[in-house]
Ligand binder design. Sequence first.
Ligand code: CP
Ligand code: NVA
Length: 303
Amino acid sequence: MNQKHLLKLLDWSKEDIIEILDLAAKLKYENKNGIKHEILKGKTLGMIFQKSSTRTRVSFETGMYQLGGQALFLSNRDLQIGRGEPVEDTARVLSRYLDGIMIRTFEQKEVEDLAKYGSIPIINGLTDFCHPCQVLADLLTIKEFKGKLEGLNMCFIGDGNNMMNSLIVGGLKVGMNVKVACPKDYRPPEIILDFAKQYDNFEMYEDPQKAAIGADVVLTDVYTSMGQEAESKKRLNDFNGYQVNKELMQVTNPGAMVLHCLPAHRGEEITADVFEAHADEIFEEAENRLHAQKAVLVALLNK
Ligand code: CP
Ligand code: NVA
């Protein structure tokens, strides 16, 4: 792989994504069969968190341990970055101690700046703009359950921010047909729509039912993302009807999967019955964060 960083899936080719999915499947198989792979022995990953996390933190930390390395949890509350030390200085300092940085923050620019000023691989663990690690895990899960990616119909219902953005890019790059539905004020940003315009297998709707017709996999995400809590009442109202429920699933293809990056808000973006009916897929997806990220760590840190 020629990539130094994972800042966003827009930067990666189809081949880069497929390479990671194949490596993830191999590492998962080895992990399940007790085969140790201490490929990153002696390496340290710094994990900067400016937002909460359950899956990202635990899967990266465990992944580094399983690969023979270690991970440092660096909370915004404790780092000088939280008191205003510039990213360009933090990047240059941390590059002297660490072998890679995973960062979860608000602005995509902060992730790009870490890569610009630092000299070690940077991995995006979620920004307002995208969530590439999650979507690599999602694609891995779809491939496991369906046996392929190319030609499958992906449907995303919800907000045009990080999850929708990365699913559009990742889905289209691997050859899936992508349909999304969102209220008109919650469309994805121009850069994502411009990217999607290059493909004739992308469609955007306001009506969730239309987006779900013929879907092989349906995905959704919370109405109110981290950092948007002040808007939650308005969002609850604006997203009324944007729900993955039994009626919506009736128009999908037989055997359609449902995925959710989690945490889920039952009764909002997804009903409890649909969530539980697809719990095997959703929790495999959560597990696959570990395997997909181990593949990313090996590809970027083992150089
Ligand atoms: N899906 C996801 O990124 O979960 P966390 O916020 O718990 O890391
Ligand atoms: N859109 C959600 C995803 C959480 C994993 C958020 O940004 O909070």
